[in-house]
Structure formats: C-alpha cells, structure tokens
Design a protein around this ligand. Sequence first.
Ligand code: AMP
Length: 189
Amino acid sequence: MIAILLGAPGVGKGTQAALAAETHGYTHMSTGELLRQEVAEDTELGKSADIFMSRGDLVPDDVMVQMVAEHISNFPSEKVLLLDGFPRTIAQAEALDEACTSGAIGLSLYFTAPETVLTDRLLARGRQDDTHEVIAHRLGVYAKATEPLVKHYADQGLLREIKSDRAVEDIQVDVLSIVSGVLNQSNLA
Ligand code: AMP
C-alpha cells in the first residue's frame, strides 16, 4: 500500500515518515533525499537537479516520474510505502495513478500548519535551500503547483488531514492510527 504524504515544505512530513518507518518497518521514500544524494555524488542527474533545487524550483516532471517509477515498480503490495515529496504536481499525480494498480494508493495524509510555523521550522533546519528568499519561493511553488493535489486526492476519497502545529509524538500517534486503520480495512476487503 502506498501512503502519499502531502503538505508544505517544513510541515514535518519527513520527520513523521522517518519515525513511522523506524518503529513499524514501513519504507520511507523521500524524493528530495534521493535528489540530494545524486547532488552529493555529483552525478549527471544531480548536476541538473541542483540548479532547480537551489532556486527552490521543482525538478522537471519527467525526471521525477522516472525516478519514482523505478522505485515503486517492484514494491510488494502488502507492505507500506510512505511517499514523501512526490507527487508535487498534477502531472506527477496522474503518472502515479497510471503506474499503480487500482487500490494501491491507500491514502494521502495531508499535513497542515500555519505559514509562520513553516517558515520558522525551515529557518531553524538550516538546509542549503532554507534561506529566507528560497523558502518564500518554495512556499509559493507549493501553493501553485502542489496544493491542487489536495483536491485530486480528496475527490478520490483518499485524503486525511493531520494538523501539524503540535508535538512530533502527538502527530505520530495520528499518523500511525490512520495508516493502520486503512491497512486493516484493505485486509478485510
Ligand atoms: P524536499 O526535500 O522534499 O523539500 O525537496 C527538496 C527539493 O527537491 C525541492 O525543492 C525540489 O527542488 C526537489 N524535489 C523533490 N521532490 C520533487 C518532486 N516530486 N518534483 C519536483 N521536484 C522535487
């Protein structure tokens, strides 16, 4: 089962996915992390992705779809894949829908927090693309390109909102209970 983690930069998707993966054996796949590895290894993909990433722009859809398709094609359906940072555009979501067998996407967890909380968290994190200017740009890109996915998954009845301006542990309780609820349902079906 694929669980899509949706939400603005800084909302805590990565932290929640990493925790759930560690304690429950779920697979955490972060496209941002995969791209940062490519950049660190100075691969051809890394070199071209770095130009987009350092500006806070999205890496082109075809590159991302190919990267994710390779990882999900052999993923066992009885296991849980937490997809963190993908899809980020309607085109990516449609490509994912096509690549997945019906029912493979079990849910989308939609993490929400006020924008001031997001900015403060990103500045505290201090990653290379976490400067004031780039953060503002990334939040704008999110609102324009990614926010429409909320409706995409809501229309499919897959969206579950999690308010994320709370303690990490409290959010994690909700994440785990929602994921296990959907897993139980799909096992019964
Ligand atoms: P993240 O670690 O999720 O904040 O991603 C860091 C950066 O990687 C983003 O600002 C984008 O430049 C790029 N990136 C990660 N995932 C995607 C995606 N699905 N589509 C396009 N660009 C992406």
